[in-house]
Design a protein around this ligand. Structure first.
Ligand code: CTP
Ligand code: MG
Length: 228
């Protein structure tokens, strides 16, 4: 009944490792393995779809050799990658997750799994810094941070509805950086916000990489020096 789509078809250009960041290894395990293994080990999921680009397809096959994943080719943008995967998704409900987020909190996933049966939903955290709108490098407008949240993944939907939303976004030529916003805007339907865990960060920069090293090592009880 539940499908998981895990996105890995990016380039990781902001991290600039010279290869796709989802292959970076922590504790002898590629970043992408953390989330894929989690969903593979959860019996509630009848399929785990990993979205990859052509260049990385072979490496992904090797990493998950003998494991029951479906591989789908991604596109130039995250939106295209998700759309390609949704066309191949069989479950009634789908959780869409960034493969670049290796820290998975079981409590949060259970919350998403329960909520999606009734409502589209997304994990989100509050904003800590002050926010401002900027124009020409000047503060343009005060923004109340309490009106905003940071959206994480997984983001979860009824599969037929999110596929329809993606089709509509294509027709309307609208581009989004996440699925919940696309769904809300194109379907004019509610997406419930669920409190997420700050440790569920998306590997994007060098600092994220160092923090994730700490988080994932500490999880296994190993004390590691935080060297910045
Ligand atoms: N992603 C994808 N297909 C794309 C672009 C991104 O499947 N065409 C995936 C990435 O692999 C990542 C997730 O979407 O797991 C979130 O994207 P992001 O953090 O932006 O990753 P990259 O696009 O790889 O990084 P960058 O933007 O720095 O190049
Ligand atoms: Mg990107």
């Amino acid at each position: 009944m539940l499908s998981a789509i895990i996105l890995a078809a990016g380039k990781g250009s902001r991290l600039n490792l010279g290869y796709n960041k989802i292959f970076y290894e922590i504790k002898n395990k590629a970043i992408i393995e953390y989330s894929v293994d989690y969903f593979l080990n959860d019996d509630a999921f009848s399929e785990v779809i990993v979205v990859v680009n052509e260049k990385d397809r072979q490496r992904i096959k090797e990493i998950f050799k003998g494991k029951d994943i479906k591989i789908v080719l991604g596109g130039i943008t995250r939106q295209e990658s998700v759309h390609n995967a949704l066309k191949k998704t069989k479950g009634k409900y789908v959780l869409i997750h960034d493969g670049a987020r290796p820290y998975i909190d079981k409590k949060d996933i259970e919350n998403v799994k329960t909520t999606v049966i009734q409502n589209a939903c997304v994990l989100a955290t509050s904003i800590k810094d002050s926010l401002a709108q900027v124009k020409f490098k000047k503060i343009h407008k005060y923004i109340n941070r309490n009106d905003f949240v940071a959206l994480q993944t997984p983001q979860a939907f009824e599969t037929s509805k999110i596929l329809k939303a993606y089709d509509l976004a294509d027709v309307n030529n609208n581009i989004y950086s996440d699925d919940a916003s696309l769904y809300m805007q194109e379907m004019q339907d509610d997406v419930i916000m669920l409190e997420g865990n700050e440790l569920n960060l998306k590997l994007t920069t060098e600092l994220d990489l160092k923090i994730l090293e700490e988080i994932l090592w500490l999880e296994s009880g190993y004390q590691k020096m935080f060297i910045l």
